[in-house]
Design a binder for this molecule. Structure first.
Ligand code: ADP
Ligand code: ASP
Ligand code: MG
Length: 451
């Protein structure tokens, strides 16, 4: 059994979904389970509908609903031309968009959105795309069956970034997915979307379809998890920033996890953990070039000092200075408890005798965090910081690679530097505006163009 996940651009329109059908048809004998994202860009549009409706722009919101309706209906018509199912699928698509319009009206009356209502809106993207894809696969001779993601991806109720309930997911996949596969059929499930045990719709967070694929793959003890996207695999840097970035043929789980956590959008940061637990290899392939060799992510890829670079922008740096920290035990624990209490995760930490500096992934609870930290000492906040991560299993075999990295940065100011305890991620905190130039310099140093 394998899991094949198709991202937004890989199901963006009729032609893309037809390519996905051909890819899955070629893997029929490996018992594929298919996970799909919303049509490319649809999630952004859906969230826009919710925000605009709540902000009093109902007419604009409803016009976006209509453009989403047209787009989904055009895709359906292209794919299901001549299919006896076409009318039914069109009716389902329209019903989904009618529901969206009702939600928009409700939000405009309320005048605000809640995380729970955002999830109900955002989930519509994957619920529709998965239905369209299942019918399109059937029309192309694949025995596909749509499965409601809310029946299998069971989560807690931390709306907009819900955490999976692994035992329930295991039980649900045994009950809902395995029998379909065993009958020689192909289940098609929406990624990103889940539900609480009491059937309230949730989502796993932006980009979460990769995570759905690895959760279901782990629950099914799949042989492989395939992430089909719009680039040839994992590359040595984001190709949008570094056009000369190179394809990585094999990379280790821990390296891929660091890259994902530090901004390599090609994988959702949580994708690797479920695969590691079961030792399931993860592959990244290009759905536009299915003949490509892609990237294989496993335990035992060759060690390099630097395997790839990643970067993140728009981070907040919080510094705490306190003489009480000197020789005191329990101090750091109390400080980190503050971040835990405000459900805020930290990217990078450095400490000295009398100070702690951390960068926050998400600063939405900053005010409350600063208020709580002030009880320990002087707090300062620096906005517009960025991170650059230099990742390689052999990075800290000697000091040379880190020296080379700092040398490559030249006059770019480094606010903070941290070598992960695993020794495979050297992270630098810079000004936001310096992230791209830094990545360019580092890439030219560690991945020079052949002369
Ligand atoms: P999907 O919709 O298929 O999930 P995403 O847009 O989420 O696709 O992820 C693919 C994108 O990730 C690529 O188009 C690329 O710009 C970006 N990316 C960032 N870092 C990397 C990297 N190291 N290797 C490959 N792609 C990367
Ligand atoms: N459609 C969702 C998003 O855009 C999930 C995903 O594509 O992975 O965030
Ligand atoms: Mg993605």
């Amino acid at each position: 059994m394998i899991v094949c996940k198709f991202g937004g651009t890989s199901v963006a329109d009729g032609a893309a979904i037809a390519r996905a059908a051909a890819i899955v048809a070629g893997k029929r004998d490996r018992q594929p389970v298919v996970v799909v994202s919303a049509l490319g860009g649809a999630t952004n549009d859906l969230l826009d509908v919710a925000q605009r409706a709540a902000n009093g722009n109902l007419l604009v919101a409803l016009s976006i609903v209509e453009s989403l309706r047209q787009r989904h209906l055009t895709t359906t018509a292209t794919l299901l031309d001549g299919s006896p199912e076409r009318d039914d699928v069109e009716a389902e698509v329209s019903a989904g968009l009618d529901e969206l319009a009702h939600l928009a009206e409700a939000l405009s009356t309320l005048g605000f959105v809640t995380p729970r209502s955002l999830d109900s809106v955002a989930a519509i993207g994957e619920l529709l795309s998965s239905r369209i894809v299942a019918a399109a696969f059937r029309h192309r001779g694949l025995d596909a069956e749509w499965v409601d993601a809310r029946d299998v991806t069971i989560t807690d109720d931390n709306f907009t970034r819900a955490a999976p309930d692994l035992p329930r997911i295991a039980a649900a996949t045994r009950e809902r997915l395995r029998p379909i596969v065993q009958a020689g059929r192909v289940p098609v499930v929406g990624g990103f979307v889940g539900a609480t045990p009491s059937h309230i719709t949730t989502t796993l967070g932006r980009g979460g379809s990769d995570y759905s694929a690895s959760l279901l793959g782990a629950a099914l003890e799949a042989e492989a998890i395939e992430i089909w996207t719009d680039v040839d695999g994992m590359l040595t840097a984001d190709p949008r920033l570094i056009p000369t970035a190179r394809l990585i043929d094999r990379i280790r789980f821990d390296e891929a996890a660091e890259l994902a956590a530090f901004g390599a959008k090609v994988l959702h940061p949580s994708t690797i953990a479920p695969a590691v637990q079961r030792g399931i290899p993860v592959y990244v392939f290009n759905s536009r070039r299915p003949e490509g060799t892609g990237t294989m992510i496993t335990f035992d890829a060759p060690r390099y000092p630097v395997r790839a670079l990643a970067g993140k922008r728009d981070k907040t740096l919080v510094k705490l200075r306190s003489a009480r920290m000197l020789l005191a035990h329990g101090f750091l624990g109390a400080v980190f408890a503050v971040f835990d209490r405000h459900r805020t995760s930290i990217d990078v930490v450095t400490t000295s005798e009398v100070s702690v500096s951390v960068t926050l992934d998400d600063a939405s609870n900053l005010e409350a965090i600063v208020a709580d930290l002030s009880a320990f000492g002087d707090v300062s906040v620096e906005q517009h910081r960025g991170l650059v991560a230099i990742v390689g299993a052999g990075l800290s075999d000697g000091a040379q690679t880190m020296a080379q990295a700092l040398g490559a940065l030249g006059d770019i100011k480094v606010h903070m530097a941290s070598l992960s305890a695993t020794g495979l991620n050297f992270t630098l905190v810079l000004d936001d505006a310096q992230v791209n130039p830094a990545l360019q310099r580092l890439h030219a140093t560690f991945f020079p163009e052949p002369a």
